[in-house]
Design a binder for this molecule. Structure first.
Ligand code: AMP
Length: 284
């Protein structure tokens, strides 16, 4: 039976029983509007852990634009049906007023890894992510937690926090789940118009073309980035947020030459919808 709870005390109660029985607890934090990408993380947790907790919380703290928060898709009923079908043990759906009650003023702020890519493009975003993830870790106290490579920078930033703040949790990264046409699954995909949806697979195609050029010997970062930017500019209503090639650990942009395993990451608006994607050069 799947339990669905809204209060911290209910989560603690269930998890402490599991821990007393030496059950391994896995955790998958989400913002709902679930799809096969989320399901992949959950399936991995179910396979490796005795109990799996999924949280659904659209975290206002990590949105830098009000319209993005307001239009963020929500599908509670379908989400719960999917989680039940997958065999999840506990769903934690906190209310915003319980997560951030009046007087809430503490934030997790991280330097370094948050200063490039999505961190540079969305001020305050990762402070919001880290604050909510640390709160969720403190409530759930999982042994392992799963995050997706689709948000590659997010995984690195969370791993850094776990190390810096001695969080007793092991962080796992799952590969990007894609539609048959290559588009990375994202809750935001449902906001695309039919025309934008038809064009969106070209984002991953642009990354793949760049990877082919890299594998054929092109190492010049500017040439590789320009090639991707040209492809993206051709998309309907496209506005490029960034196209970057970075060191996969420091996330600092490469200045001249790209190396095998470097992160190629893009963020692009199609109309009002911001999509991200990435791959590791020479590795995918
Ligand atoms: P979100 O609900 O968008 O905050 O995502 C919750 C988790 O699912 C994050 O760790 C994401 O990186 C992960 N995720 C989202 N989309 C995908 C995808 N297409 N493939 C793999 N993981 C994903």
């Amino acid at each position: 039976m799947m339990s669905v709870v809204r209060h911290t005390s209910d989560v603690r109660c269930l998890v402490s029983d599991w821990k007393a029985a030496r059950r391994k607890v896995g955790f998958v934090p989400t913002m709902g509007a679930l799809h096969a990408g989320h399901a992949r993380l959950i399936t991995e947790s179910l396979a490796e852990c005795d109990r799996t907790v999924v949280s659904i919380f659209v975290n206002p703290l990590q949105f830098d634009r009000k319209d993005d928060l307001e239009s963020y898709p929500r599908s509670d009923e379908a989400d719960l049906a999917l989680l039940e079908e997958l065999g999840v043990h506990l769903v934690y759906q906190p209310r915003e007023k319980d997560m951030y009650p009046e007087g809430f003023v503490t934030r997790v702020v991280q330097e370094g890894l948050t200063e490039t890519l999505c961190g540079a493009a969305r001020p305050g975003h990762f402070d919001g992510v880290l604050t909510v993830v640390l709160k969720l870790f403190n409530v759930v106290q999982p042994d392992l937690a799963w995050f997706g490579q689709k948000d590659y920078q997010q995984v690195q930033v969370i791993r850094r926090m776990v190390k810096d703040l001695n969080c007793p949790v092991e962080v796992r990264m799952s590969p990007i789940v894609r539609e048959a046409d290559g588009l990375a699954l994202s809750s935001r995909n449902r906001l695309l118009t039919p025309e934008q949806r038809a064009a969106a697979p070209r984002i991953f195609k642009a990354l793949q073309k760049c990877d082919v050029a890299f594998r054929s010997g092109q190492r010049n970062v500017d040439a590789l980035r320009v090639q991707v930017a040209r492809e993206l500019e051709g998309l309907p209503e496209a506005r490029i947020d960034y196209v970057e090639i970075t060191d996969p650990r420091s996330l600092l942009p490469r200045r001249s030459d790209a190396a095998e395993g470097d992160l190629l990451a893009v963020a692009v608006y199609l109309g009002a919808v911001r999509l991200i994607d990435n791959l590791l050069l020479g590795r995918s």
